[in-house]
Design a protein around this ligand. Structure first.
Ligand code: NAP
Length: 250
């Protein structure tokens, strides 16, 4: 029978090169996880993240893959498991925005965002849970958003992708619960990264006015929630959406 109590856990983080993904890689490394840092095009940033993980004393590799491709996701998961020896945790973090009012949104704008944020998470989760089922152990964590819960003018494509993730997480949680695999979502509010640096000032001010904490969050705030859900002590938590938003959605 396969050994189900390994000494070292491993994690694959999609979009681990920058922003929230980078903070998740580092927090996992500090918690003792070996880490595979996925990126789309920014090899230098991914290598910098992996190097920072290695400085924590863990094994870390970089793996290029565009999560919009099913084949690329399959190969990414296989490569992560091969490089790290096994795969215990998948963090579906890769995401993009193309913000426009619906009347200006093209089919391509819609497809690009949904294919990256939602379909990419589906491809990676399907490939990873195949391995996790054999281990009878796994943690899948998807980066949703408060926008997926409440909607936001100018983000219909993004909101659809992030709401879709929540439905996928809850359904997958039910399918895999008996196999020792948990599937959860983290829903950040306004977090300071490259993604939100591009926000118009008026939109930023409006968003800040809805946050009881009265300030935006840091990538590390989100990473702490992900590390909690990735841990063995969170094994009885599945199908949940953990908000990290300074009280924005209460
Ligand atoms: P970010 O700074 O723009 O970083 C995006 C990351 O995703 C990068 O590592 C990028 O890789 C990767 N990526 C983009 N397209 C990809 C693709 N097709 N295949 C593989 N990787 C891809 O974004 P962030 O703010 O850290 O956001 C991370 C996640 O949190 C996203 O899912 C986002 O929707 C969610 N989120 C963010 C906020 C916020 O306020 N920032 C709030 C709620 C939810 P490269 O470096 O190679 O380009």
């Amino acid at each position: 029978m396969e050994n189900t109590t390994p000494t070292r856990r491993t994690a694959l983080v999609t979009g681990g090169s920058r922003g929230i993904g980078r903070a998740i890689c580092l927090a996992l490394a500090r918690a003792g996880f070996d880490v595979a840092v996925n990126y789309a095009g920014n090899a230098a940033a991914a290598e910098e993240t992996a190097e920072a993980c290695r400085a924590c004393g863990v094994h870390a590799v970089t793996l290029q893959a565009d999560v919009r491709s099913a084949d690329a996701c399959q190969q990414l998961v296989e490569a992560a498991a091969k490089e790290l020896g096994r795969l215990d945790v998948l963090v579906n973090n890769a995401g993009v925005t193309i913000d426009k009012l619906m009347m200006r949104l093209t089919e391509q704008d819609f497809d690009t965002v949904v294919n990256t944020n939602l379909k990419g998470a589906f491809f990676c989760t399907k490939a990873a849970t195949r391995l996790m089922m054999r281990q009878r152990y796994g943690r899948v964590i998807c980066l949703s958003s408060v926008v997926g819960l409440h909607g936001n003018a100018g983000q219909t494509n993004y909101a659809a992708s992030k709401a879709g993730l929540i439905g996928m997480v809850k359904s997958a949680a039910k399918e895999y619960a008996s196999r020792g695999i948990t599937v959860n979502a983290v829903a950040p509010g306004l977090i300071e990264t490259d993604m939100t640096a591009a926000m118009p000032e008026a939109a930023r001010t409006a968003a800040l006015s809805t946050i009881p904490a009265q300030h935006s969050g840091r990538p590390e705030d989100v990473a702490a929630a992900v590390v909690f859900l990735a841990g063995e002590s969170a094994g009885y938590i599945t199908g949940q959406v953990l908000r990290v938003d300074g009280g924005m959605g209460m």
